[in-house]
Write a protein of this length. Structure first.
Lengths: 143, 220
């Protein structure tokens, strides 16, 4: 039986706790994924769809993960026909609004992973909101 | 079957037949109209009325072989400028190009006459070995190419590809800016078309197959 597998049970418990925590913060996250990096590349990007379910604006002031040395909120911007990255010190979610982190736009820049992450793996990144709440989000590594 | 529903069926059959005939006629006229106009207008692909012949340049590929103008002859080449430390645009674009290549390879003509070239504008970090690992990950047929700033600039300028490396000594993660377009060079080494974001594999492969068919049918 699947439930007898302790690893699976622990994973399910963790995912349930993460889901519960996200509800508490008033912000829900869907489709959170990290692009698998080519060998030898220590830079990855994380994407997600954020939804603010509250009538107050919510501000993400930082992101961190025990699986990466550094996590930063970045935005790809195109200027003078060139794409570059801009560091976003914080990001505001308007009341009841959604915000998408997607290729070519906002992304979590994930530097120096501490373990090898391959498609199918899961990695938790904590989003820190102004005022203190921390929302752990499970990101799926995809190719 | 009562009279009304029979009448209705006949009517629907007639409509369906008319639609099929119209479709056949449209397809036939599309084949007759064997011109580049079939590819216009387009927001993804910019096709140049007069392809621009490229002039000599010299770069080095991921196997340390010379990559010069002759390497662009007798093949369609998709060129993209970037760098391997790029977490967002470059892997996204290369994954799209890998899928586009798969689509092209599945067509009757195949992908034998097509090459995909990733040109790193960051030779300081992107050595031949790094480039080989990097491009192989996306598609084992992809080529990784680089050179010094003058050499890269020589090809980039001819394609109107902008880039800037804000390199500072001792700085590990210096910013690199680069064009997001994919450039298409034809088998006569002429800059033929440009794909601009938002890119998607299906559009690129579909447009390319039509373009190759049209150009292939032309007397040279």
């Amino acid at each position: 039986m699947r439930w007898r597998n302790p690893v699976f049970a622990a994973l399910m418990l963790a995912l349930t706790l993460i889901a519960a925590a996200s509800e508490e913060a008033g912000v829900s996250v869907r489709n959170a994924w990290v692009r698998e990096s080519p060998p030898g590349v220590a830079m990855m990007a994380g994407y997600m769809a954020l939804q603010n379910n509250t009538s107050r604006s919510q501000v993400i002031v930082a992101a961190h993960s025990s699986d990466f040395e550094t996590v930063m909120i970045h935005r790809t911007i195109v200027k003078n026909g060139m794409a570059g990255m801009e560091h976003a010190p914080q990001i505001e979610l308007a009341p009841n609004a959604s915000l998408i982190f997607a290729p070519g736009g906002y992304h979590l820049m994930l530097m120096n992973p501490k373990r090898t992450l391959r498609a199918g793996n899961s990695v938790v990144i904590n989003l820190e909101f102004r005022g203190g709440p921390v929302l752990p989000v499970a990101f799926e590594v995809r190719k | 079957m009562n009279k009304i529903s029979l009448k209705f069926s006949i009517m629907m059959t007639t409509v369906a037949l008319a639609a099929i005939l119209a479709g056949v006629w449209l397809a036939a006229s599309d084949r007759e109209n064997d011109s580049r106009a079939r590819l216009l207008p387009d927001r993804v692909m910019t096709l140049f009325p007069v392809p621009k012949p490229l002039t000599a340049f010299a770069l080095t590929d991921h196997q340390n072989r010379v990559f010069d103008l002759s390497r662009l002859k007798d093949k369609w080449s998709f060129l993209f400028f970037g760098f391997t430390h790029c977490p967002d645009i470059c892997p996204t674009t290369l994954a799209i190009l890998a899928r586009a290549r798969d689509n092209i390879a599945k067509s009757v003509v195949g992908a034998e006459d097509v090459q995909f070239v990733f040109i790193s504008v960051d030779p300081n970090r992107d050595t031949a070995g790094k480039l080989r690992q990097y491009v192989d990950y996306f598609d084992t047929t992809f080529l990784g190419v680089t050179g010094n700033d003058v050499q890269i600039g020589n090809l980039a300028r001819q394609l109107g590809a902008a880039y800037q490396v804000a390199f500072a000594p001792g700085m590990e993660n210096y910013p690199v800016y680069h064009s997001t377009a994919v450039f298409l060079v034809d088998p006569r080494a002429r800059y033929h078309a440009m794909f601009t974001p938002p890119l998607d594999a299906e559009t690129i492969s579909r447009r390319f197959k039509v373009l190759r068919q049209i150009e292939g049918a032309k007397p040279t």
